[in-house]
Ligand binder design. Structure first.
Ligand code: CA
Length: 321
C-alpha cells in the first residue's frame, strides 16, 4: 500500500509539475501568437515609412502578411518597399500597388534608391483587393496599419462593405486633435488632407479604429546618437535605412519625426507606449480636420502622451536585433 501510495503520490507530484508546464506553454502560445498585420504605406516621401516598415519586419509580435502602397506614384513607392523587403530577407512578403493619384509636390529622392531594382516585383492584385482577400481569408485576425493617405483602405471598404466586421483592428497614423509640438492649434494632417473624402469614409465606417495623431507623434524625434547606434549595427536593414535617410535629408539640420513607427508600435503593444488612450467621437470635415463631434463623430481610440524613452528602447532594439 505504501508503495502504491508512494507511486500514486509520485505520479500526482509529476502531474502537478507537468500540468502547470502545459498550462504555461498554452498561455505562452496564446500570448505570443503573432499578430497578423498588413502595412499600408506611402513609403518614399517622408522617411518614417521606411523606418516603420523596418519595425514591422523585425517585430517578434508580428506576422507581416502584406505591404500595400498608397498615394501619388504608387509604382515607384512599391519598388522601394520591394527592395527594402528583398534586401533584408523578407522577400516573401507580397507588395501590392494602390491606385495612383497626382503626386505630392517636391522630388522624392528615395525613389532613386530602387529605380533599377527588379529582383522582387509587386503582385498583380491591386492593393485594395489584396487587403480584402487577406482579411476575408483570416476573419477577425488581421490588423490593418495605415500610415499613409487612406485611398487603399477606402477602396477596400468600397469593395467589401463588411470589412469593419471582418478586420480585427485598424491602427492609423492620422489626424490632429488639439495642439502638437508643431502647432498650438489642430492642423489638417497630411494623411487626412491628401485624400479627404477617403478619410471621411474610413473614419465613419465603424472600424475598430485607433489613431496616433500629430498630438503625439510630433514629440518623438530621432536623436543623432540613436541614428549612430543603428548605423553602427551595419546590418542589411540598418544600412538600407541609413541610405534612405541620407536621400531624404535635404537639410543637415533635419531630424526624423517618428510618426508612423508609433502606429506600428501601438499595434505591437497596445497602450504600452502612451500615457493616455481616449475614446473620442471623431469626424473628418471637408477641409481635412479631424474634429471632435459628439453628435456626428464615430468612436475612435486616440493615443496621447507618448512615452518616448520606452518606445525608443523598444524600437531601437527591434531594428538592431
Ligand atoms: Ca507615411
Amino acid at each position: 500500500m505504501i508503495t502504491r501510495f508512494a507511486a500514486l503520490s509520485g505520479s500526482c507530484a509529476r502531474f502537478s509539475l507537468i500540468f502547470p508546464l502545459i498550462a504555461w506553454a498554452s498561455a505562452a502560445a496564446v500570448q505570443h501568437a503573432p499578430i497578423k498585420v498588413i502595412l499600408d504605406t506611402d513609403i518614399g516621401t517622408d522617411i518614417d515609412d521606411a523606418w516603420a516598415l523596418g519595425l514591422a519586419m523585425t517585430s517578434p509580435e508580428f506576422e507581416l502578411i502584406a505591404v500595400t502602397v498608397t498615394d501619388g506614384d504608387t509604382t515607384a513607392r512599391a519598388r522601394v518597399a520591394c527592395k527594402l523587403l528583398h534586401t533584408t530577407d523578407h522577400g516573401a512578403v507580397p507588395v501590392a500597388v494602390g491606385r495612383p493619384t497626382p503626386p505630392p509636390p517636391g522630388i522624392d529622392y528615395q525613389f532613386t534608391w530602387a529605380e533599377e531594382f527588379t529582383a522582387k516585383r509587386p503582385v498583380s492584385q491591386p492593393a485594395a483587393k489584396l487587403i480584402v482577400d487577406t482579411i476575408r481569408h483570416f476573419p477577425n485576425e488581421v490588423t490593418l496599419i495605415g500610415v499613409g493617405p487612406l485611398q487603399n483602405v477606402a477602396d477596400a471598404l468600397r469593395l467589401e462593405p463588411r470589412l469593419p466586421k471582418l478586420v480585427k483592428r485598424v491602427v492609423l497614423m492620422s489626424g490632429s486633435i488639439r495642439a502638437s509640438a508643431s502647432s498650438p492649434a489642430p492642423m489638417a494632417e497630411w494623411n487626412v488632407v491628401r485624400a479627404t473624402a477617403d478619410a471621411q469614409l474610413v473614419y465613419a465606417a465603424g472600424f475598430p479604429l485607433t489613431t496616433v495623431p500629430l498630438d503625439s507623434t510630433t514629440y518623438v524625434r530621432l536623436r543623432d546618437d540613436e541614428r549612430e547606434r543603428l548605423r553602427a549595427r551595419a546590418s542589411p536593414l540598418t544600412r538600407a535605412l541609413e541610405a534612405l535617410y541620407r536621400l531624404w535629408l535635404d537639410d543637415p539640420s533635419k531630424r526624423m519625426t517618428l510618426h508612423d513607427q508609433l502606429a506600428v508600435a501601438e499595434t505591437a503593444r497596445p497602450g504600452e507606449f502612451f500615457g493616455r488612450c481616449d475614446t473620442l467621437r471623431l469626424r473628418v470635415d471637408d477641409k481635412g480636420f479631424t474634429r471632435m463631434d459628439e453628435v456626428r463623430g464615430s468612436p475612435t481610440t486616440v493615443c496621447f502622451e507618448p512615452k518616448r524613452d520606452a518606445f525608443m528602447q523598444y524600437y531601437l532594439e527591434g531594428l538592431t536585433r
